[in-house]
Ligand binder design. Structure first.
Ligand code: DC
Length: 216
């Protein structure tokens, strides 16, 4: 099979992470989680109590961020610190959504994403993969689902770690949808040449099977 760069964009909770990881495994491809990059910056913003645009610019200028392979899995390092397990909280989700609207942040993360994607054999997941970062990707998917379904999925993921109710999770998802799709730079939207899949009534496995039909 030809080496491909496949992009998967979509809103929070649409199942992008599970689907992208499974699709990458099925194809023997590398999985690129670009949300993790924005989350890493958000983590540093909170850690360093960054509150002004000036300080955010300073943080971005000094930012070093890279994936390091350990025992077959990629760990994410930000300014020398392994942040892989520290970036999955709702506080970080909301901050990542907020700071991802800043052009200085998007610019700081662009070259790393392109460096990885341009090697091909990659499934890249995010919000602007097919529109901005990889407009020439070989196959573009846009994965969507109803907001209620997405909130329920996120709630089930969080259940063990969080005291949030389902309706609180739904409010946050709606807020992130609004932030992510209404910002001026690289808003969440389907590329004009993307294949849209609605996963509301599909399992992750069914979505992957559907995608494979488009790939082969
Ligand atoms: O996919 P995620 O939930 O890990 O992403 C966290 C936030 O990062 C998301 O709300 C918006 C931002 N993001 C982005 O702006 N562009 C991307 N390519 C990936 C994520």
């Amino acid at each position: 099979m030809k080496s491909l760069l496949i992009t998967i964009d979509g809103p929070a909770g649409a199942g992008k992470t599970t689907v992208s990881r499974n699709l990458a495994n099925r194809l023997g491809y590398r999985y690129l989680d670009t949300g993790a990059l924005y989350r890493a910056v958000a983590f540093k913003v909170i850690e360093n109590k960054v509150s002004s645009d000036h300080d955010l610019e300073e943080l971005c200028r000094k930012l070093t961020i890279n994936f390091v392979q350990r025992d077959g899995v990629f760990r994410l390092f930000c300014n020398g610190e392994d942040v892989t397990d520290k970036i999955r909280t709702e506080k970080i989700s909301m901050m990542a959504s907020k700071i991802s609207a800043k052009p200085v942040v998007r610019k700081a993360l662009l070259s790393l994403q392109r460096e990885i994607g341009e090697k091909k054999n990659v499934v890249a997941e995010g919000r602007d993969m097919g529109t901005v970062v990889f407009p020439d990707a070989d196959i573009k998917f846009f994965l969507d689902a109803s907001v209620e379904t997405r909130a329920l999925r996120r709630f089930n993921e969080l259940e063990l770690r969080s005291s949030q109710t389902l309706s609180q999770v739904e409010i946050q998802i709606r807020k992130r949808d609004k932030n992510d799709s209404s910002r001026d730079v690289a808003p969440l939207k389907a590329a004009h040449d993307a294949i849209t899949i609605n996963s509301t009534t599909l399992s992750a496995e069914q979505v992957v099977e559907k995608m494979l039909q488009y790939i082969f």
